[in-house]
Design a protein around this ligand. Structure first.
Ligand code: AP5
Length: 204
């Protein structure tokens, strides 16, 4: 078992904590990452947000990924490795982070492991936020992002089941997986996040 996995509290009550948020599209990973980031003082790193910013800026990266995102498919692993490697090298990531939307495939999980190993680090926990599929579709339709049409939402769910769900077993085997019921009010989910990460002020 990875050091720190058994007791993430070791990570100075949230500081230097390196956590992956896993779960289907619409589960609330981004919402929770922002809330935890504000309370823990570590960055929430969302690959989806980074790619959307690149699209909005019209950068080369944005032009490469725009059509893929609009179709609800995954950007290829090699390109995502570059994006994540650059982001994790920024100074603010040195104090820990909440990764939202990465990794999403087994090769991405191995890339992340490699990046961490290079600096003698490892993940503290992987929190899986689960929500029934009908609720996922309802939430995404309500949100109405550019890739939130019913057809693309269903495609993102399909891709999740095919490519990302295997990560649940991968991280369970490594003793890192924590599971959270995301089909509850936002503040209750946050409280359980804190509790599951062994951070004191969890359940208010
Ligand atoms: P990404 O932005 O990661 O989209 P996603 O996986 O579809 O995730 P969402 O943002 O839809 O869901 P979320 O779980 O963050 O939920 P949220 O908090 O927003 O990726 C977009 C695209 O980028 C991908 O399709 C792919 O093309 C590409 N991409 C990104 N990363 C990649 C990677 N690693 N590899 C390859 N391609 C990649 O909440 C959803 C809604 O529900 C919100 O309106 C929110 O207000 C609401 N809500 C949240 N919590 C609750 C609650 N408890 N109760 C009620 N409503 C809630």
């Amino acid at each position: 078992m990875a050091a720190g996995a058994e007791n993430p509290q070791n990570a100075e009550n949230g500081r230097r904590l390196k956590v992956v948020l896993l779960g289907p599209p619409g589960a609330g990973k981004g919402t929770q990452a922002q809330l935890l980031s504000a309370r823990l003082g570590i960055p929430a790193i969302s690959t989806g947000d980074m790619l959307r910013e690149a699209v909005a800026a019209g950068s080369e990266l944005g032009r490469r990924v725009e059509g893929i995102m609009a179709a609800g498919k995954l950007v290829d692993d090699a390109l995502m490795a570059e994006v994540v490697r650059d982001r994790l090298a920024k100074p603010d990531a040195g104090s820990g982070y909440l990764l939202d939307g990465y990794p999403r495939t087994l090769p991405q999980a191995k890339t992340l492991e490699g990046i961490l190993e290079e600096s003698g680090q490892q993940l503290d926990a992987v929190v899986m936020v689960d929500v029934p599929v009908d609720e996922l579709v309802r939430r995404s339709l309500l949100r109405g992002r550019a890739d939130d049409t019913e057809e693309v939402i269903r495609e993102r769910q399909r891709v999740y089941r095919e490519k990302t769900e295997p990560l649940i077993g991968y991280y369970r085997e490594r003793g890192l997986l924590r599971e959270i019921d995301g089909h509850r009010p936002v503040d209750e989910v946050t409280a359980h996040m804190f509790a599951t990460l062994g951070l004191g002020e969890g359940v208010d």
